[in-house]
Ligand binder design. Structure first.
Ligand code: GLN
Length: 254
C-alpha cells in the first residue's frame, strides 16, 4: 500500500513569515521523491481539523497582531490537539507559533497572549528584536547535526526544566540571547525560532519530521537516501552567511 502523510497547515493566511511556507514544499517534495503521497490541508480560524487524519501539523511565524488573532481559535482545539500530541502526533511550529505552544507570550505593553501550554515554556517581549542568521548544534541525533536558519523575534523564550532545547546556539541568539538554547522539543512537538525557510536547507530535519509522521500511523518509516547535494550546498552557504554577517539587536523602544 502506498504510504501517505496528511499535513494540516494552520492559519496560512496569518502565520507565514520569512518563507515559512517553504517548509511545506520541502516536506512534500522529500516525501514524494520517495513515493509517499502528501496531502496538505489549510486550516483557517473556525475551519475543521480531523485529528484522526492529521499526521503532522505545521504552523509558521507571525506578527504579534496575528498571533493574537489566532490564539483564541487555537485554544478551542487544545483538548483534541493535546491528546494527539500525547499519542505522538508531530507538530512543527516556527517562531510565533512556537511561542503559542507554551504557557503565554507577554507583549511589551504587558498584555498576555495565552498559549496552548503543551510545552513548558513562556515568552516575554524584550525591548529589542533579535535578528540574524543562526547556527545551532541540534541534539535530535547522535552525533549532533547542524541547523541553520534566520531569526527575527522580539519575544524571549525560557524553557521549564522538563523541556529539552532543540539545540545549542553556536552563532546567533536562539530562545532569548542569554542561555544559548534554541527551540524546544516535547515528544514529537518541535518548536524553533528559525525561519528561512528552515527545512529546505536542513534536509535531515525534514526527514526527521517525515519519519515521526509515518511512525505515528505505524507506517514504514524507512526513508531511502536522496541526492542532497543542492540542499547541502544551500546549508553550507547559509552557514557562511551566518558566520560572516553581524547579528543585531534592534531596539523596539519608542
Ligand atoms: N511576534 C513574535 C515576536 O516578535 C514572533 C515573530 C516571528 O514569528 N518572527 O517575537
Amino acid at each position: 500500500m502506498q504510504r501517505h502523510i496528511n499535513i494540516y497547515h494552520l492559519y496560512p493566511a496569518h502565520l507565514n513569515l520569512y518563507g515559512d511556507r517553504g517548509n511545506l514544499v520541502a516536506l512534500q517534495k522529500r516525501a514524494q521523491w520517495r513515493g509517499i503521497k502528501v496531502n496538505i490541508i489549510p486550516v483557517e480560524p473556525g475551519s475543521k481539523i480531523i485529528f484522526a487524519k492529521c499526521d503532522l501539523l505545521f504552523m509558521g511565524g507571525g506578527q504579534d497582531s496575528d498571533q493574537k488573532l489566532v490564539a483564541a481559535d487555537l485554544k478551542n482545539r487544545s483538548v483534541e490537539m493535546k491528546k494527539a500530541v500525547e499519542e505522538g502526533m508531530a507538530i512543527f511550529a516556527v517562531c510565533g507559533s512556537y511561542q503559542l505552544m507554551g504557557h503565554y507570550y507577554r507583549l511589551q505593553n504587558g498584555e498576555k497572549i495565552g498559549g496552548l501550554g503543551f510545552v513548558d515554556l513562556f515568552t516575554e517581549a524584550g525591548d529589542e528584536r533579535l535578528i540574524g542568521n543562526a547556527i545551532v548544534e541540534c541534539m535530535l541525533w547522535s552525533p549532533s547535526k547542524t541547523l541553520v536558519g534566520f531569526e527575527n523575534h522580539g519575544g524571549k523564550t525560557f524553557l521549564g526544566p522538563s523541556v529539552q532545547p532543540l539545540g545549542k546556539v553556536v552563532t546567533g541568539f536562539g530562545n532569548n540571547g542569554q542561555d544559548k538554547k534554541e527551540g524546544a522539543v516535547y515528544k514529537n512537538v518541535i518548536g524553533t525560532y528559525l525561519h528561512g525557510s528552515l527545512l529546505p536547507k536542513n534536509p535531515w530535519l525534514t526527514d526527521y519530521l517525515l519519519q515521526k509522521s509515518l511512525e505515528y500511523r505505524s507506517q514504514d518509516s524507512n526513508l531511502e537516501d536522496l541526492d542532497d547535494s543542492i540542499e547541502t550546498g544551500a546549508h553550507q552557504e547559509a552557514i557562511r552567511l551566518a558566520q560572516s554577517r553581524r547579528h543585531k539587536r534592534q531596539s523596539t523602544r519608542v
